[in-house]
Design a binder for this molecule. Structure first.
Ligand code: GTP
Ligand code: MG
Ligand code: ZN
Length: 377
């Protein structure tokens, strides 16, 4: 292999490093177009967010790591739209003020974003990672891979605008890894690259390494304990992790609590995320990709609005009967479809409702409650 991830090399501190992080002509143009506060002696520069806290971010620019707080523009934008929050992977405009402070004055328009629906409360999704080229859905091959979970994460991946990829870890824990992986890939990740990895001896990493060499940003998504951080360590090499200065470095097997972007040893970036217990889908678009086989069958149903429950002439049910389609898969499709459609309605409704209408409603409710309060007194 041409790469030696342990060889010492400068990680930060050159404009070249921006390019390694994925900065290109289009980002440069977007930066130039972003809101500029022209202030002599207070330069603005592009940087990429590696870690976020409330109100502040770790970023890395051409001159190295920079801690920056949200500027007024960003605070205003977030108040309007929670998804405008500077997120891991975002390219931002950082302003260096004469007093030594640095503020994020703009988040450059995202090329892709991994967004999960918030099941409770707000209908606005949470941005898990921005400007991701490849979403690696990570699941452990042993002891017990959860196909429904893979389908759910795959749908989220498709919806992000990034390219999905399935990484099946812990290939060393069983004897039939390759066989099992092929079966899972065919069932729930048709058309996507599938890697089978053994983190400790670096097996199965070449695909991801080559993606990183191309300068891509890879986000690792999956449940807790499936081996995302171990994978990150294997991809980066321990030595690089220890010497690089991108914020707090992963502590081996400890459970990850923040979403962090790390530079690849030969370019590209890896975003490690905390294991997610559940990811809600924002819409049904991703499902159409993950369940293309079900959709294809559905086109052959007698009724165009067939719900594939008990309708006569249902091609989906017929495929289950004949063994062509797994029953589990239809059940999973029903479940995710219902859930995603519900979220989609919530989001649509939010977008439709003019703020005025909301206030009207609230005023009416308020009056009603006042009236009722008076009546019950
Ligand atoms: N045998 C074996 N164990 C692995 C492999 N990859 C990861 N593990 C183990 O799986 C456990 C969990 O790994 P982590 O990398 O911490 O999992 P994670 O997905 O980052 O978990 P969270 O941070 O909680 O989301 C650790 O004990 C790892 O050593 C592998 O390829 N083979
Ligand atoms: Mg982790
Ligand atoms: Zn049908």
């Amino acid at each position: 292999m041409s790469s030696d991830p342990t060889s010492p090399r400068p990680i930060l501190g050159t404009a070249d490093q921006l390019v390694r992080l994925g900065f290109d002509g289009a980002w440069s143009a977007a930066f130039d177009e972003s809101v500029a506060i022209v202030l002599p002696g207070a330069p603005a520069f592009p940087a990429r967010v590696t870690r976020t806290d409330r109100g502040a971010c770790d970023t890395v620019g051409a001159a190295g790591p920079v801690r920056a707080t949200w500027g007024a523009e960003v605070i205003a934008a977030v108040a309007e739209d929670p998804q405008a929050v500077p997120s891991t992977g975002d390219w931002v405009r950082v302003q260096a003020w004469p007093d030594g402070n640095q503020t994020i004055e703009a988040v450059l328009p995202r090329r892709s974003s991994v967004v999960r629906a918030q099941v409770r409360g707000t209908s606005t999704g949470q941005v898990l990672a921005a400007n991701v080229d490849v979403v690696a859905v990570v699941e452990a091959l042993f002891p017990d891979p959860d196909l429904g979970r893979i389908e759910r994460f795959m749908a989220l991946a498709w919806e992000s605008g990034a390219q999905p990829r399935l990484v099946l870890t812990k290939g060393d824990l069983g004897s039939d890894a390759a066989e099992l992986a092929a079966e899972i890939g065919a069932q729930v990740a048709a058309g996507c690259p599938v890697d089978v990895t053994v983190a400790h001896d670096g097996e199965g990493l070449e695909g991801l390494r080559s993606v990183l060499r191309d300068g891509a940003t890879v986000a690792l998504l999956g449940a807790s304990g499936v081996g995302k951080s171990t994978l990150l360590n294997a991809l980066l090499g321990r030595e690089v992790m220890r010497t690089q200065a991108l914020g707090a470095v992963q502590k081996g097997r400890h459970t990850t609590v923040t979403r962090e972007l790390h530079l690849g040893p030969e370019g590209g970036a890896v975003i490690d995320t905390p294991g997610l217990r559940s990811v809600g889908l924002q819409g049904t678009e991703g499902l159409a990709e993950v369940f293309a086989d079900v959709d294809e069958l559905a086109r052959q149903c007698r009724f165009h609005d067939c719900a594939h429950q008990s309708e006569p002439g249902c091609a989906v049910l017929a495929a289950i009967e004949s063994g062509e389609l797994a029953e589990r898969r239809l059940a999973s499709w029903h479940k995710l479809q219902r859930e995603a459609a519900y979220q989609e309605r919530r989001v649509d409704a939010r977008l439709r409702q003019a703020e005025l209408a909301v206030w009207k409603q609230r005023t009416m409710e308020y009056r009603r409650s006042q009236k009722e309060g008076r009546r019950s007194r």
